[in-house]
Every structure is written in structure tokens, then in C-alpha cells.
Design a protein around this ligand. Structure first.
Ligand code: GAL
Length: 725
């Protein structure tokens, strides 16, 4: 009887074990790899940032990543998207993080959740909410109590949401890794003591949240145990983690680079990208993440300064529109297959390395149980090599690695591309749009304004980033005795601004525009201006193009007209306007009227036909159109426009700025040789970005409402809807 009872107990226990084990899994690590459920894994990971596409696109993007041989989806968590004002959380639509993680789970892939909450990422303010800057006594990313309290609160919030949904692998979910902070090492190095204390605190805080899966810190040589320090860069084969019991991981292998308005568009050859991965893996690397695997779009006003473009295509394996980018996608898929064939050898032993000739190297993984994998490398940037290995000879193109998963057969070489080359096409789909226009009058002192003060104010202090636009308005009195009235030499107005764009209006007329660029956001406007006798209205429209996302204490960097503002060529010489009375107004009139919505747009009178306004600053355009049949991704060709913002059915597509022509060097680009972000560029002498992605899911089958705000002046009749194939 007792024996029977014991048997039942044992059976019950086994059942329980089975149940628990089948839903939960452990994630640990050793010097070789991340270990999931007791198994060391070579993991291929790809970054897809959920707010840079739409929930409707997610399943397809993730399926394409899976088909491309990706095991893990890596995403940052975007604090300012989730907590627009203190304590008010938003997790819907493109910011539905739980849904995104579940879509990855449904596809059978893992997640690396890079909580940050500092994310860099060319994302507005590096992911921090702008209100955080105005918390009394705050200093970002250092040993500062108000900052740490806010960071901890948000990080804990995200962890608790994930736990509540059972999304950590320790609970049976897909999240196998989390990241705290982002590339903090270089900052710590600059600020010393407080930086070290902050690193320690951040690590302890994260580990204390008890997720049951490992934490990593990227570019953080002193990452405290048990946190794994990881590498970011174009190559990481020479990286080693700070302890010999941690695996060698690469959190950002840049598949291309970001685009900034004013520069040529970067790309990275597939051969070099594959080469970098093979180099890392042959050299004991066991986790590689592509940053980005799908870059997507910086919708709305989510892009950071300085001057980051709306497209975040990144030359990633899946393009901005969600289409596969060949030959990169296919070439990497073939690489991943080859690496997976080597997995059991790679995770079991350390390699023996030999050098059969100049610029040649062989990594051999030979196990006691018969598995064997070899990597043959030719580092020469110009010549082919013949490598004798085992009983065979192998021909290697310059700057390439051959993979032999059985130590005999070359199944892949990083420079032999068999994936097809696709030519991307943008084809017009609709007839011409039927536009209506509304011209907004420049704001001027004496009208409605929020603040009046005898000083020039920093822009974000006033706008709190609720709009890109801030009006600086003042009056200038000109006496009838002014000499310039007779000699015809108009005075010169000079305005110095911390950035990013400035439109100067005098008595309601645009008198000029100035703007900075990625290298230097500051600008100086200096132009002759037409003034009349009596009172003149000077209105400076200062425009921000996203807030900085990186740099030491970037939260203290300024935007807007900080002066001096002077008027030169008067009888008195130069008049300093900086300390006279200025009034301020945040945002454009059209913004406060919500002209981007159908209801808002009915509040003003629009012109059309021969009265349609063209080449006029501060002009709003609206039209309706029907969605073209089919599923091909859509974009607007904005080449005929200058700068502004686009909305479809009330949703912001992003800032357009085709008026900014790409500078740079677009010479030929050889895949061989060390890659840098400046090496391979296209689009020189053309608009940096002329196509703007309109997600299919934003469109109705019937009428769609399209609104364009143009700051500079453009011709809307040149705008066309195109499909990408
Ligand atoms: C890295 C950073 C990423 C991203 C990248 C450039 O240093 O960690 O968030 O900004 O640079 O695209």
C-alpha cells in the first residue's frame, strides 16, 4: 500500500516537473554561448524596432526575419513613446510592446529586450521623455537621484508588464535577454567617479528586478557580474568580454548606417557584412545581432536631432517598406544556414588557428565526437588566394571567408553571392492629386503669444517639444531720418541660432531661411531686410528637427535663437535687438487648428484651381485620394517640395525635407577593405530623401485625407503617389 502511494507521489512529481519544464525554460551562459534549456546556442539576431513599422506589418517582417535564418528579434523600448507625460502610459498601436513580443513568440523566435531606457537609436531625445529634463535637479545618465528614480520606475514598469504577461523565457515566454543602459562605457570614461557609481547602480537595479534571464550592457567594459558586456561596431572579432566565463556577443552589427537630411545615403555591401559575421563566429563569437534587420520609418516627430531623416532604411536586409533587400537578405540567409550547420562543433570546442600563408588564416573546430567545422579566411583586400586544407584546395576571393561545416565541403563563401540582385522600382499609381491650399500668415508681436519678456529664450524651454516651431517676435522702430531710406542700402539683420532651421519674416514677408546640418546644427542668418518708417514686425520662426539623442549631457544642449540678433546699417550703427522685448508663440496656427484632420481643416477657407498657392512659405495643402488596389507598399514622391510634414488620415508620416540636397562622395564602392559609414554612399546631388512611406494599413478603401504642411515653398502639383516593387 505504502509502495503504491509512493509510486503515485513520484508520478505526480514527475508530471508536475514535466508541466513546469514544458512551459518554463532557463537561460544562462558560459564562456561559449548563451545556454537555453541546457543547450549552448549560436544565435542570429535582428533588430526590428516596433514603432518604426505598423502592427499590421509586424507578422510579415518577423516571418521574413525567420525565413532569413534569424533566431532572435532585438528591440529597444522607447520610453518617450510610452510615457508622454509623467505617469500617463501609452501602449497602443505602434507602441503595443506586448503585442509585438507576442507576435515574435508566435513566430517561434526569441526576443532580446533592450530596455535602456536610454536608447540612442536616432530616436528623439535618445528615448527620454522631454518632461524628464524639467524634473528639478535632474542630470541624465549619471549618479543623480531624480534621474535614477525615474529610470528605475520605468524599467521596473516594463519588467513588470512583461512578467505579468509571462513573457520572459524563465516563465515560458520568448524574452531570453535584456539590456540595461546603452553604450555607457565611453560616457563613464569621460565623467569618471559618478559614472562608475551609476554603472554599478544600474547593474544592481536591473539584476534586482529578477527577470530570470541574463542582462547585458553593450560597450561597457566594466559591466559588473553577472551582466555580460557586449560589442557594437562594424567588426567585433577582436572583442573579448570582461570575464572568461562570459560569452562573446555582438549586439550591433551595423548593416548600413542611418541617413541624415543633407548627406548622401549610406549602404554596406552584403559581402562585407557577411565577412564581418563569419570573422566573428570563427573567432568564438556566439551571438550576432544585425542593427538593423529592418530599420523602417521614423514616423511623426520621432526622429532625433540632428537632422535624422524620416527614412530609417539603414540598408537593412528588409527595406524600409518591408520588402526583402536583395542580395543582402538572401546572402545572409545562406550564411546563417552555413553557420547553423557548424553549430554543434562551434559550441563544443575552442578552435585551433593556423596561418597557411600571408593574409590567410584557418580556424578549425574539431570535436571528439566527430563533428568538425572549418573557416578559411583571406584577408587580402585585392587578391584571390588558393588555400590548401585537408585533402583539398579552396579558392578564396579577396576579403572573404569560406565555411566548411564538415571540414571538407565549402558550402558558403562570404564574397560569392548567389542571391539575386533586385532592382527596386517606384512606379506612379494614381493620377494627379487635386490640391487645395491654405496660406498661414506669419505670427507677429501684438497678436496672441504665450510669453513676453526682454530676452531671447531657449526653444525647448518654451515649446517642451510640443511642436517643432517657435515664433520669436519683436518690433523695430525706424525713424524717418534713417540714412538707408535715402541711400537705398537696406540694413542687415543678423540672427544667431543654436539650430536647427530659421525662417525670417519682416512685416509678413519671408526674407530668408538658414539651416544647419548634422555636423553643425548652429546657424547664422544674415541678410539685407526691407524696413519702412515707423513700426516693423520682425518674426523669426525657429524650427527644431528632432532633439539630440547622443553626446555628453545632451539634455543641456540648446535649440533656437539665443542671439545675438542685430540690425546693422542704421544711423546709430548696429542696434542690438537681443535684449529688447520679444514675444513668443509655440507652434503654427495650422497646428493649433488641427488642419491635418478633416474636422480641423473645415475651420479655414481653402483655395484651389488657379488660386492654388505655389512656392509660398507656410502653406497647408489638402486633398483626398483612393487607395490603389493591391498590396504593394506605397510612398509619396515629394521631390517638388521643400520642407515640412505630411499626414494621412490624421496620422503623421513624418517630416519631409527633399529641399535638402545630399552632399558627400558617391564614388564607386569596393566591398573589400575595412568598411566605415562614409565609405559607400548614393544620392549625391539629389534630395537626401524624396520618398515617404505611407503604410497600407493607414488607408481606407474609400477616400483618404492627405495633408502637407510646407514651410519653405513648394509645388504640390509635382507630388505623386508611387508603389514600391
Ligand atoms: C549605436 C547606438 C544605436 C544607434 C547606432 C547608430 O552606437 O547604440 O542606438 O544609435 O549607434 O545607428
Amino acid at each position: 500500500m505504502e509502495r503504491k502511494f509512493n509510486m503515485v507521489l513520484v508520478l505526480l512529481f514527475l508530471c508536475l516537473c514535466l508541466c513546469v519544464c514544458s512551459v518554463t525554460a532557463s537561460v544562462t551562459y558560459d564562456h561559449k554561448a548563451i545556454i537555453i534549456n541546457g543547450q549552448r546556442r549560436i544565435l542570429i539576431s535582428g533588430s526590428i524596432h516596433y514603432p518604426r513599422s505598423t502592427p499590421q506589418m509586424w507578422p510579415d517582417l518577423i516571418q521574413k526575419a525567420k525565413d532569413g535564418g534569424v533566431d532572435v528579434i532585438e528591440t529597444y523600448v522607447f520610453w518617450n513613446g510610452h510615457e508622454p507625460s509623467p505617469g500617463n502610459y501609452y501602449f497602443e498601436d505602434r507602441f503595443d510592446l506586448v503585442k509585438f513580443v507576442k507576435v515574435v513568440q508566435q513566430a517561434g523566435l526569441y526576443v532580446h529586450l533592450r530596455i535602456g531606457p536610454y536608447v540612442c537609436a536616432e530616436w528623439n531625445f535618445g528615448g527620454f521623455p522631454v518632461w524628464l529634463k524639467y524634473v528639478p535637479g535632474v542630470a541624465f545618465r549619471t549618479d543623480n537621484e531624480p534621474f535614477k528614480a525615474a529610470m528605475q520606475k520605468f524599467t521596473a514598469k516594463i519588467v513588470s508588464i512583461m512578467k505579468g504577461e509571462r513573457l520572459f523565457q524563465s516563465q515560458g515566454g520568448p524574452i531570453i535577454l535584456s539590456q540595461i543602459e546603452n553604450e555607457y562605457g565611453p560616457v563613464e570614461w569621460e565623467i569618471g567617479g559618478p559614472g562608475k557609481a551609476y554603472t554599478k547602480w544600474a547593474a544592481q537595479m536591473a539584476v534586482g528586478l529578477d527577470t530570470g534571464v541574463p542582462w547585458i550592457m553593450c560597450k561597457q567594459e566594466d559591466a559588473p557580474d553577472p551582466i555580460i558586456d557586449t560589442c557594437n561596431g562594424y567588426y567585433c572579432e577582436n572583442f573579448s568580454p570582461n570575464k572568461n566565463y562570459k560569452p562573446k556577443m555582438w549586439t550591433e552589427n551595423w548593416t548600413g548606417w542611418y541617413t541624415d537630411f543633407g548627406s548622401a545615403v549610406p549602404y554596406r555591401p552584403a559581402e562585407d557584412l557577411a565577412f564581418s559575421v563569419a570573422r566573428f563566429v570563427q573567432n568564438r563569437g556566439s551571438y550576432v545581432n544585425y542593427y538593423m534587420y529592418h530599420g523602417g520609418t521614423n514616423f511623426g516627430r520621432t526622429t532625433s536631432g540632428l537632422f535624422i531623416a524620416t527614412s530609417y532604411d539603414y540598408d537593412a536586409p528588409i527595406d524600409e517598406y518591408g520588402l526583402i533587400n536583395e542580395p543582402k537578405w538572401g546572402h545572409l540567409r545562406d550564411l546563417h544556414k552555413a553557420i547553423k550547420q557548424c553549430e554543434s562543433a562551434l559550441v563544443s570546442v575552442d578552435p585551433t588557428v593556423s596561418w597557411p600563408g600571408k593574409n590567410l588564416e584557418v580556424h578549425l573546430y574539431k570535436t571528439s565526437f566527430g563533428a568538425c567545422a572549418a573557416f578559411l579566411a583571406n584577408y587580402d583586400t585585392a587578391s584571390w588566394a588558393k588555400v590548401a586544407f585537408g585533402n583539398g584546395h579552396y579558392d578564396l576571393p579577396p576579403w572573404s571567408i569560406s565555411i566548411l561545416p564538415d571540414c571538407k565541403t565549402e558550402v558558403f563563401n562570404t564574397a560569392k553571392v548567389s542571391a539575386p540582385k533586385f532592382h527596386r522600382k517606384m512606379t506612379p499609381v494614381n493620377g494627379a492629386f487635386n490640391w487645395q491650399s491654405y496660406n498661414e500668415q506669419p505670427a507677429a508681436s501684438g497678436g496672441e503669444s504665450s510669453i513676453t519678456i526682454n530676452a531671447l529664450l531657449e526653444q525647448v524651454k518654451v515649446t517642451r517639444d510640443s511642436s517643432d516651431y517657435l515664433w520669436y517676435m519683436t518690433d523695430v522702430n525706424i525713424s524717418p531720418n534713417e540714412g538707408f531710406l535715402k541711400n537705398g542700402q537696406s540694413p542687415v539683420l543678423t540672427a544667431m541660432s543654436a539650430g536647427h532651421v530659421l525662417h525670417v519674416f519682416v512685416n509678413g514677408q519671408l526674407s530668408g531661411t538658414a539651416y544647419g546640418g548634422l555636423e553643425n546644427p548652429k546657424l547664422t542668418f544674415s541678410n539685407n531686410v526691407k524696413l519702412w518708417v515707423g513700426n516693423n514686425k520682425i518674426s523669426l520662426l525657429s524650427v527644431a528637427v528632432g532633439l539630440s539623442n547622443v553626446g555628453l549631457h545632451y539634455e543641456t544642449w540648446n535649440v533656437g535663437v539665443l542671439g545675438p540678433v542685430t540690425l546693422k546699417g542704421l544711423n546709430e550703427g548696429t542696434r542690438d535687438l537681443s535684449k529688447q522685448k520679444w514675444s513668443y508663440k509655440t507652434g503654427l496656427k495650422g497646428e493649433s487648428l488641427n488642419l491635418h484632420t478633416t474636422t480641423g481643416s473645415s475651420s479655414v477657407k481653402w483655395s484651389q484651381g488657379s488660386f492654388l498657392s505655389k512656392k509660398q512659405p507656410l502653406t497647408w495643402y489638402k486633398t483626398t485620394f483612393s487607395a490603389p488596389a493591391g498590396n504593394d507598399p506605397l510612398a509619396l514622391d515629394m521631390s517638388s517640395m521643400g520642407k515640412g510634414e505630411i499626414w494621412v488620415n490624421g496620422k503623421s508620416v513624418g517630416r519631409h525635407w527633399p529641399g535638402y540636397i545630399a552632399r558627400g562622395n558617391c564614388g564607386s564602392c569596393n566591398y573589400a577593405g575595412t568598411f566605415t559609414d562614409k565609405k559607400c554612399r548614393t544620392n549625391c546631388g539629389q534630395p537626401t530623401q524624396k520618398w515617404y512611406h505611407i503604410p497600407r494599413s493607414w488607408l481606407n478603401s474609400g477616400g483618404n485625407f492627405l495633408v502637407v504642411l510646407e514651410e519653405w515653398g513648394g509645388d504640390p502639383t509635382g507630388i505623386s503617389l508611387v508603389k514600391r516593387t
